[in-house]
Design a protein around this ligand. Structure first.
Ligand code: ZN
Length: 301
């Protein structure tokens, strides 16, 4: 606790310092209440986070698409971490079969909209954060309207139509996309940020969606519930790293996890010069291809 008191004292003195000494951040942004200092004490103890990092988390706006198996742990950890504004998108109603892995919900809320149900849990966990509920199926129009209002977007959906819509929209609107996927006993994760001109976009990895029916979904092939928990938590960790500007984000890399083998591996992803989205001869310049093609949006896995 001594170390925490010292860190809290540093945070408190930062509040009193004139703005000129902390040009990168406005003084009011470090103005934490005693309750906030206490709540986030284990973050503030970390020199890589500290009071400044905690203020960055509070100022961050993160959009979570899909309040399901991935979105549940993801949004829970973002809320617990003090990410100031969390947007939740989900148009589905909670079903009994969701509860084996979608831990942000509750049995008594079956039938409720999943974004609303998850928001209730997040607010109970941390009333300091604002949760914006978008109880809708993400289509091109909604993507265009919502994505610019957030700093980072997370894909926790379970169908290729929405995954490709999100990938294209985030690239065109210049937002990093933290994308995870799960099936059976396996998960994968990457951060797509092709708009920076350096890293690959999602279409460098998957130029086109697979033909319908070729790749099964979790509702067809099943998934071990805890696998979604791990991947959603890894997704949350990547979001926190991006907000805090620490570590090596998974840009240009794909993390693969086989739960049965208990093995993680990372493969490097390259930017594809012939990519239709980020290449020099890019042909995808807007979301018009998605306008008539919006599929059902089921939330993760
Ligand atoms: Zn690309």
């Amino acid at each position: 606790m001594a170390a925490f008191r010292a860190a809290a004292a540093r945070a408190a003195s930062a509040r009193l310092r004139p703005a000129a000494q902390q040009a990168h951040i406005a003084p009011m942004e470090l103005d934490f209440t005693e309750a906030e200092l206490h709540r986030y004490s284990r973050h503030i103890l970390l020199k890589e986070v500290g009071a400044t990092g905690q203020a960055r988390l509070r100022a961050a706006r993160v959009l979570v698409v899909g309040a399901g198996g991935l979105g549940s742990p993801l949004a829970l950890y973002l809320a617990a971490a003090g990410v100031g504004t969390i947007g939740l998108v989900d148009g589905d109603a909670l079903e009994l079969s969701n509860l084996q892995r979608q831990v942000a919900h509750a049995t008594r809320r079956i039938g409720r909209n999943k974004a609303e149900s998850a928001a209730e849990t997040l607010r109970a966990l941390n009333p300091e954060v604002a949760v914006e509920v978008h109880p809708l199926r993400l289509d091109a129009e909604a993507a265009q309207e919502l994505i610019p209002r957030y700093d980072i977007v997370c894909d926790g959906t379970d169908n290729f139509a929405t995954r490709f819509l999100l990938g294209d929209a985030c690239h065109l609107l210049a937002r990093p996309l933290v994308s995870a996927a799960v099936l059976r006993f396996e998960g994968q994760l990457s951060v797509f940020a092709g708009h920076d001109g350096v890293h690959p976009c999602h279409r460098c990895l998957h130029p086109e969606p697979p033909p319908p029916g070729l790749v099964p979904t979790c509702s067809e092939a099943g998934v071990l519930g805890a696998v979604t928990g791990v991947m959603g938590t890894l997704q949350a960790t990547e979001v926190l790293k991006l907000v805090l500007g620490i570590g090596e984000p998974l840009k240009g890399r794909l993390l693969l996890w086989d739960a049965l083998d208990a093995r993680f591996r990372t493969v490097r992803l390259r930017r594809d010069p012939a990519c239709a989205l980020c290449g020099p001869g890019a042909t995808i310049r807007d979301l018009s291809a998605h306008r008539d093609a919006a599929g059902p949006v089921c939330s993760a896995a």
